[in-house]
Design a protein around this ligand. Structure first.
Ligand code: SF4
Length: 379
């Protein structure tokens, strides 16, 4: 049930991605990179689960130093996630096999410098160090010019941004890249990836539903997108993002392999038409940027506390850090994002305040009741 894929084949060290290569399954360490011991333990968990590629986030020179130690301790293929500080590619290039940049974060540093020049720098460094690249577009961090151009058409914005960056990278003569276009809504993931692939059937695709959240909903959302895309012959590498405790992180790999096997053998799970009705909890899978170790527990507590509202059409987003938290909660009715000592609470794009980890659930409950009341009044 997985038709022949038409993309070119690229290489991440000895791992082929695209063309007729097996679909690669990858994951990401959900630890603070500078906590080398914890990150290595997470890498071992992912290795034991059979990860083809392991991603680690980098934001500072201290992170790069930690990565150096991690690199020395593992033979796994490593990918690095660059966020705002794209110039760190110069230091991490020699340590990793693949570099992910997010077009939506390139405007933060050196604001006067054209995006084209920043991409040229990334490509040059990747070439020097034999790294592949992922152009990783995310609906939660759309680059300002695309937000302006496409307004509320998120799918149009993220698909066009990916297409434009492919053109930039092509223009630099670099072909060892994949593209990911992610959203927390699996239906939009399908739409954006199909639109992109119609125009660029040659570019290998990394599939993912961002902030899918906790199992079982996180698995179901991922399945909805991957079944639709893999069965169209779209998807060369996948990452299942789940909000799960540290020791269970291997589940992302196990679920990914199971899902590929199910689609290959025609085992599709039907999803009831009302799956998208009612309470929707979006939660990031956590990564090195998570600002407090209590994040996973908080996400689980939010899920438990809100069960009383299961029938109401309300979206709550729970994010682990300030890098993506503020932007990625904008579209939710209520958003939480973690700081080191406080949890920030938002009502849509509006900030409500910052509350201690002990007080946040009570405050969220008050806000949720108010949202339910407001929605009932207008319906
Ligand atoms: S929201 Fe922050 S902590 Fe969560 S996955 Fe994204 S970058 Fe990592």
């Amino acid at each position: 049930m997985i038709p022949a894929r038409k993309t070119r084949t690229i290489h991440v060290r000895d791992l082929a991605i695209g063309g007729d290569a097996p679909i690669a399954v990858q994951s990401m360490a959900a630890t603070r990179t500078q906590d080398v011991e914890a990150t290595l333990r997470q890498v071992r968990i992912l290795e034991a689960a059979g990860a083809d590629l392991i991603r680690i986030a980098i934001d500072s020179k201290a992170d790069v130093e930690a990565l150096r130690t991690i690199r020395d301790a593992t033979d796994s293929r490593l990918s690095v996630d660059l966020q705002e500080n794209y110039r760190l590619v110069e230091q991490v290039g020699p340590l990793v096999d693949k570099v992910r940049y997010n077009p939506g974060h390139l405007h933060h540093h050196e604001r006067q410098k054209p995006i084209r020049d920043k991409v040229a720098f990334l490509v040059d460094q990747a070439q020097r160090h034999g790294c592949a690249i992922r152009i990783g577009v995310n609906a939660g961090s759309i680059a300002p010019e695309y937000k302006e151009r496409f307004g509320g058409d998120h799918v149009g914005a993220i698909a066009q941004c990916a297409l434009d960056h492919c053109e930039l990278v092509d223009g630099l003569g670099f072909t060892d890249y994949v593209v990911s276009i992610k959203d927390s809504d699996p239906r939009l993931v399908v739409d954006a990836n199909v639109r992109f692939a119609e125009q660029r059937p040659d570019v290998p695709l990394h599939l993912g539903v961002t902030e899918a959240g906790m199992p079982p909903d996180g698995v179901i959302k991922t399945r909805i997108a991957f079944e639709q895309l893999l069965s169209r012959g779209l998807g060369d590498t996948i990452r299942v993002s789940l909000t799960v405790p540290f020791d269970d992180k291997g589940m992302e790999i196990e679920v990914g392999r199971q899902l590929i096997d199910d689609v290959r053998n025609g085992r599709f799970r039907s999803v009831p038409p009302n799956f998208f009705d009612g309470l929707n909890i979006i939660a990031c899978p956590s990564c090195s940027r998570v600002e407090n170790e209590r994040f996973i527990e908080l996400a689980e507590d939010v899920k438990k506390m809100t069960t009383y509202a299961a029938e109401h059409d309300v979206t709550i987003a729970v994010m682990g850090c300030r890098v993506n938290g503020p932007g990625e909660t904008d579209d939710a009715d209520l958003g939480l994002w973690c700081g080191p000592n406080y949890v920030n609470l938002k009502r849509g794009p509006e900030e409500v305040g910052a509350f201690s980890y002990d007080d946040i659930l009570g405050k969220l409950r008050e806000e949720l009741d108010a949202v339910i009341e407001r929605k009932a009044a207008v319906s």
